[in-house]
Design a protein around this ligand. Structure first.
Ligand code: ATP
Ligand code: MG
Length: 173
């Protein structure tokens, strides 16, 4: 991870899993080829759930159920653009991206979500939208969005415009 500063940041409290998923879906609708979402937060904080929302926003068919890849570290899903879901939990910190063959994915033509993105350290792309998830009680989560780079800033700006003033209120749960 570089020591650069975010161009824009935003924070949001979600009160249940559905709210987190809706927020992620709103972001997924905005994603373009090459966008990287770096998900950080401890076990069970909601990184996979957030990825499921992104997939929905990217129009990945409902038949695909996004889970953390157990044996692979990456899964690819078809959507309006390819969606790559990575989980780096099992890799050691600072592992070489080239060794993992991930460089093509990170700088490719799909949208990318990376769980445990902090494991990439300084190899994390300079242009990325970081989403930090933290527990805030049993069913609430505190989400911190940090946009590094111009394109991530545009996505975050749009997300704030679309979701910032409305309470994220799910029609289910
Ligand atoms: N507000 C909330 N937002 C997201 N998840 C929530 C919320 N409240 C409760 N949860 C629950 O927290 C759990 C999050 O699990 P999830 O697998 O997404 O976490 P994770 O960060 O991917 O964990 P891991 O590090 O093991 O991959 C789910 O069981 C979800 O229902
Ligand atoms: Mg997970």
């Amino acid at each position: 991870m570089t020591d650069d500063q975010p161009l824009l940041s935003w924070e949001r409290l979600t009160r249940n899993p559905a709210e987190t998923k809706l927020l992620a879906e709103g972001l997924g609708r905005l994603l373009q080829p090459g966008d990287v979402i770096a998900l950080m937060g401890e076990l069970g904080s909601g990184k996979t759930l957030f990825s499921q929302g992104l997939a929905r926003g990217l129009q990945v068919p409902e038949a695909y159920y996004i889970t953390s890849p157990t044996f692979a570290i990456i899964n690819e899903y078809p959507g309006r653009i390819p969606f790559y879901h990575l989980d780096l939990y099992r890799i050691s910190a600072g592992v070489d991206l080239l060794e993992l063959g991930l460089d093509e994915v990170l700088y490719g033509q799909g949208a990318v979500a990376i769980e445990w993105a902090e494991r990439l350290k300084e190899q994390l792309p300079g242009e990325r939208l970081e989403v930090h998830l933290a527990f805030s009680g049993e069913a609430a989560r505190h989400l911190d969005f940090l946009a590094f780079g111009v394109k991530p800033e545009l996505r975050l700006q749009a997300l704030i415009e679309n979701m910032g003033n409305t309470r994220v209120r799910p029609s289910f749960e």
